[in-house]
Design a protein around this ligand. Structure first.
Ligand code: SF4
Ligand code: MG
Length: 326
C-alpha cells in the first residue's frame, strides 16, 4: 500500500558565499497512516529542512530542491500548484513549529487566527461557526477560559499557551498528518511535558500520522513508534523505537544514546560524541560520520555507505552494522 507520505532521494542545496551547502543529501523515508515517526539528530542535520521542503515552505530560489519522489496520499507534491499546496498546509497537513511567535500573526487575535484556519478549508464560509469552533479547539488543547482568551493577541499568551494555540490550529481541520518541528524546544521543562502530552492527545484524537522532529531522545522514547536518525543531511538509521534503544545498528545512534542523561544514576553524566558535525559546504568524503566514528577505517573514508535494509524494518547507513554494539 502507498504510504501517507513518501520522500525519495530528496536533495536540498543552498548557495552561500562559502560555496553550496548540501543541507539534505539524498534522504528517503516514508510515513504510514496513524504512526508517529520521530526524526532525530543534532542541529544542522537537515531535519527541519527536510520537513520544510516536503510542504514547499523553503524559498526556491535560493534553495534548490529535487527529489525522485515526494508524494502525500499518492499525490505528487512537486507538481502541485501553489494554491493546492496552500490548501494542503493547515488542512490535511497540520504544522507545529518550534517558535509559535513567528508562526502566529501578532496583530490578529488568537481566536480570529484559529477561525481563519477553519474557514480556509470550509466550503461554506460561516464566520460565527468558525469562531465557535475556535473556542472549542482552545478548550480542547487546555487553554483555560477559552472564550475570553480567544479575544487576546499572541503577546498576551505565555510560550506554553501559544504552543497550545498552534496545536489547536494544526488540528483545526482534522489532519491526516501533523508535522511538529521541535515543538517543545523553546519551552520551560515543566511546560514541555504538558505540551508533549497534548501532542499525544491531539494525535490520538485525530488519528493523524505525526512526524516529530527533535534532538531530544527522551521525547523520542516517550512518543515515537518509529525513528529516523539523521546526520549531515543523510539518514543514518531507521528502526522501531524499541529496537533503536535496545540494539542500535549505527555508530552515530550509539553516540546519541550515550549522550542521553542517565535515569539509573544520580549523575546526569552526559557523554557527548567527540568532535562536531561537518561543514555542509565541504562534507568529508565517504561516510560523513567517519571523523567522529570509533569504528572508522580505510573503507569508511573512501566509500559512501548506502542505507541498507537489515530486515525487520531496520535500515543502517554503515559499512559494518554487525560490529555496532550498545
Ligand atoms: Fe563508522 Fe564507517 Fe560505519 Fe561510517 S561507515 S558509521 S565511519 S563504521
Ligand atoms: Mg531545526
Amino acid at each position: 500500500p502507498e504510504p501517507l507520505l513518501r520522500i525519495e532521494g530528496l536533495h536540498v542545496e543552498f548557495p552561500t558565499e562559502d560555496g553550496v551547502v548540501h543541507a539534505v543529501d539524498g534522504v528517503s523515508m516514508e510515513v504510514n497512516p496513524g504512526e508517529i515517526v520521530a526524526v532525530v539528530g543534532e542541529s544542522g542535520s537537515g531535519k527541519s529542512v527536510t520537513a520544510m521542503s516536503v510542504l514547499r515552505l523553503l524559498r526556491e530560489p535560493p534553495a534548490r530542491v529535487r527529489a525522485d519522489a515526494l508524494t502525500f496520499r499518492g499525490q505528487d507534491l512537486r507538481a502541485m500548484p501553489p494554491r493546492r499546496l496552500r490548501a494542503v498546509r493547515g488542512g490535511p497537513v497540520g504544522m507545529i513549529f518550534q517558535d509559535p511567535m513567528t508562526a502566529l500573526n501578532p496583530v490578529m487575535t488568537i481566536g480570529d487566527q484559529i477561525a481563519e484556519a477553519v474557514l480556509l478549508h470550509q466550503e461554506r464560509r460561516d464566520r460565527r461557526a468558525a469562531q465557535a469552533r475556535a473556542v472549542e479547539l482552545l478548550e480542547l488543547v487546555g487553554v483555560p477560559d477559552p472564550g475570553q482568551r480567544a479575544r487576546q493577541y499572541p503577546h498576551e499568551f505565555s510560550g506554553g499557551m501559544r504552543q497550545r494555540a498552534m496545536i489547536a490550529m494544526a488540528i483545526a481541520n482534522d489532519p491526516d498528518l501533523i508535522i511538529a518541528d521541535e515543538p517543545t524546544t523553546a519551552l520551560d521543562v515543566t511546560i514541555q511535558a504538558q505540551v508533549l502530552d497534548l501532542i499525544q492527545k491531539a494525535q490520538a484524537e485525530t488519528g493523524a500520522a505525526t512526524v516529530l522532529i527533535t534532538h531530544d531522545l527522551g521525547v523520542v522514547a516517550e512518543l515515537a513508534d518509529r525513528v529516523v536518525v539523521m546526520y549531515a543531511g543523510r539518514v543514518m538509521e531507521t528502526a522501531g523505537v524499541e529496537d533503536l534503544f535496545v540494539r542500535p545498528r549505527h555508530p552515530y545512534t550509539v553516540g546519541l544514546l550515550a549522550s542521553l542523561p542517565r535515569m539509573d544514576t544520580d549523575t546526569d553524566a552526559l557523554d557527548p560524541i567527540p568532535g562536531n558535525p561537518p561543514n555542509m559546504s565541504n562534507p568529508p568524503p565517504g561516510c560523513p560520520f567517519h571523523p567522529r566514528c570509533p569504528l572508522a577505517r580505510e573503507r569508511c573514508r573512501a566509500e559512501r555507505p548506502a542505507l541498507l535494509d537489515l530486515g525487520g524494518g531496520r535500515r543502517s547507513a554503515c559499512h559494518f552494522p554487525e560490529e555496532v554494539g550498545p
